[in-house]
Design a protein around this ligand. Structure first.
Ligand code: 2RA
Length: 336
């Protein structure tokens, strides 16, 4: 039977994309309930050609919902999703609030769809966007050779910081091109246009940021590899949409670039774009507004002591889609 689906944070970048993904994937929605804060009441969202009024997100607004897709921040998710779960809904949440809770599965369906079945709190967590984009192509290589260690540098798009990030980058680009006041309206710590900012999230242990810790902590849980070691540097770049990552992966067994390419060619959710002779490699402009993670520049890690157990590659993926909304809707599809 068709489901009543509530979207918490329906007017943001991820919430809007979730609604579009439900539509595109013909998710059996009987009723869509777009929820947002009181200041969005009066707005509508478009779903299957209809304008659906936004409802204020209160505990009682979840009454009758079968599935909740959460696209709100940590505090809102923490306050409201247990209320939705109590009222019988199963929640797929994109915030950080529940990701490391042992009673909440953290899922990338291409990797650990089997974990979805056991959700005692009625909450399933969607991983961080940079984790999803990096792990989708890493997982098939792990299955081949056993992952031991990852060294990752991310190049994360402005829209990872939501609508305010996107609007700000456009504004700053226009100021850079045409002149004018740069101002101080930015959600970022510094000007992003014509710049790079090596900080995403806040600074935590050992000089790493919250975003950098997510890659290791979430990756270990998703892949069921509690020992895997991850070294990560996350950088905000002046790109509108699609995160990119440079990854060096060290394995327990030898793995060649050709073996990796072959495994990736048949892996779900991945597209190999790796033809340096013809200047073909993944780029964020090419991966935006679609669901596959593109992977290329696959080559031996010449710095590895044994020379055969380690590979370096480059991947790009739309972090609003596969890094957030599509991944959540895929999880919801398993719930059906
Ligand atoms: C970012 N990871 O790119 C965040 C969004 N979830 O800022």
């Amino acid at each position: 039977a068709d489901k009543t689906v509530a979207i918490l944070g329906a007017t943001g970048v991820v919430g809007t994309q979730m609604i579009q993904c439900l539509e595109e994937r013909n998710f059996p929605v009987g009723k869509l309930v777009p929820l947002a804060s009181a200041r969005s009441v009066g707005k509508t969202v478009s779903f299957n050609g209809e304008d659906v009024p936004v409802v204020e997100a209160t505990p009682d607004a979840f009454e009758g919902a079968d599935i909740v897709l959460g696209a709100a921040g940590d505090a809102t998710a923490k306050a409201l999703l247990p209320e939705a779960a109590k009222r019988g809904a199963v929640c797929v949440d994109n915030s950080h609030a529940f990701r490391l809770d042992p009673d909440v599965p953290l899922v990338i369906p291409e990797i650990n769809a089997a974990d979805i079945a056991n959700h005692p709190r009625n909450i399933i967590a969607n991983p961080n966007c940079a984790t999803i984009i990096g792990l989708v192509p890493t997982w098939p290589l792990h299955k081949l050779a056993g992952l031991r260690r990852l060294i990752v540098s991310t190049y994360q798009a402005a829209s990872g910081a939501g609508m305010p990030g996107l609007t700000e980058l456009k504004r700053e680009m226009s100021v850079v091109a045409n002149g004018g006041e740069m101002g101080d309206t930015s959600p970022f710590a510094y000007q992003l246009a014509a710049n790079l900012i090596p900080q995403i999230g806040s600074f935590k242990d050992e000089g790493y940021t919250s975003e950098e810790w997510k890659m290791q902590n979430e990756g270990r849980k998703i892949m069921h590899l509690p020992e895997v070691r991850v070294n990560c540097t996350c950088v905000r770049v002046p790109v509108m949409r699609s995160h990119s990552e440079s990854i060096t992966a060290e394995f327990n067994r030898p793995i060649s670039p050709d073996e990796a390419r072959e495994a990736l060619a048949s892996a779900p959710g991945v597209k190999v774009v790796d033809d340096p002779a013809n200047l073909r490699y993944p780029m964020p402009l090419d991966t935006s507004d679609q669901d596959l993670v593109y992977v290329g520049r696959i080559r031996r890690d010449l710095s590895a002591p044994d020379g055969v157990n380690s590979l370096t590659f480059w991947c790009c993926g739309d972090q609003i889609r596969k890094g957030a909304a599509t991944n959540a809707v895929q999880i919801a599809e398993y719930l059906l």
